[in-house]
Ligand binder design. Structure first.
Ligand SMILES: NC(=O)c1ccc[n+]([C@@H]2O[C@H](COP(=O)([O-])OP(=O)(O)OC[C@H]3O[C@@H](n4cnc5c(N)ncnc54)[C@H](OP(=O)(O)O)[C@@H]3O)[C@@H](O)[C@H]2O)c1
Length: 259
């Protein structure tokens, strides 16, 4: 069933997981507000999606780490659509480095975009969702927000922060029927962090962005409580390895229900 009246804001919509989430929402008939730093790139992606799915879209060039820019999101969304149902905090940056080699400017940039950005964007829509008596906020965290991973130090800190922020906000927003969740994928086959993924493992060992989008879409519809879900690609078992079977399964390893 198409949910034509729903309006979803997605940050980091120009490529990777954000773009695939946008496609899966558009397929459901949702209207989209797309955000990334470069407005031309946002508009190009939204034009493609609008032509294919006949939905209504609004593109905004916003750096999620800058509060004056984030302040524009809600008024512009309401001017176009009158309401906001879903926010997906997906935009993030990363850099591979041992802590000992890392630079303070990288700390500031990664924490500003990945953690402050989630805080600013969530805060900007929360008041309106409370007025509307409901909404969903889904934060794309990472397995790096649940486990420390060498060389992903600053990124891990930012994503642990996102998971903690999600846990707090889920409890605070629950009484207003605003459901806040986090998705924590393992490595996903995108060009994230200047393709640093590919330095860690091969595409065959990575999740596809579609698997993340599927879970995010499920969370927009689920009547269940706020949750933190860890998803990853199941390793081949011994028989599969011996037979060289390439089929791998995406599994949800654990779900932590928050409230
Ligand atoms: N790929 C993985 O292995 C993996 C695994 C687990 C979790 N994740 C998480 O999944 C999410 C998406 O990752 P991805 O792999 O799809 O990344 P990606 O392909 O690099 O895309 C990142 C998106 O974020 C936007 N962005 C970056 N900085 C921004 C800023 N300051 N303000 C607004 N938009 C900004 C980018 O557009 P502009 O540069 O044009 O602004 C782009 O649209 C991230 O939260 C990431 O941490 C990724």
């Amino acid at each position: 069933m198409r949910s034509a009246s729903k309006v979803a804001i997605i940050t980091g919509i120009t490529k990777g997981i954000g773009k695939v989430i946008a496609l899966s929402f558009a397929k459901e008939g949702m209207n989209l507000v797309g955000i990334a730093r470069n407005k031309d790139d946002v508009d190009r992606v939204l034009d493609e999606i609008r032509q294919e799915f006949k939905i209504d879209t609004l593109g905004l060039g916003v750096d999620v780490s800058k509060s004056q820019e984030v302040d524009n999101i809600l008024p512009k969304t309401l001017e176009r659509f009158n309401s906001i149902d879903i926010l997906v905090n997906n935009a993030a940056v990363g850099k591979l480095d041992y802590i000992i080699d890392s630079k303070l400017e990288d700390w500031q940039n990664i924490i500003d975009v990945n953690l402050k950005g989630v805080y600013l964007c969530s805060k900007t829509v929360l008041g309106q969702m409370i007025k509307q008596k409901g909404g969903r906020i889904i934060n794309i965290a990472s397995i790096c927000g649940l486990k420390g991973v060498p060389r992903y130090g600053i990124y891990c800190v930012s994503k642990f922060g996102v998971v903690g922020f999600t846990e707090v906000m889920a409890q605070e927003a629950k009484e207003h029927n605003v459901i806040v969740s986090a998705v924590c994928p393992g490595i996903v086959d995108t060009g994230f962090a200047d393709n640093s993924n590919y330095a860690l493992t091969s595409p065959g060992n990575m999740l596809k962005p579609e698997a993340v989008a599927k879970l995010v879409l499920h969370l927009t519809k689920s009547s269940q409580a706020s949750q933190i879900c860890e998803i990853y690609l199941k390793p081949k078992n011994r028989i599969e390895r011996l037979l060289k079977i390439k089929q791998r399964k995406t599994v949800i390893k654990r779900i932590k229900y928050l409230c």
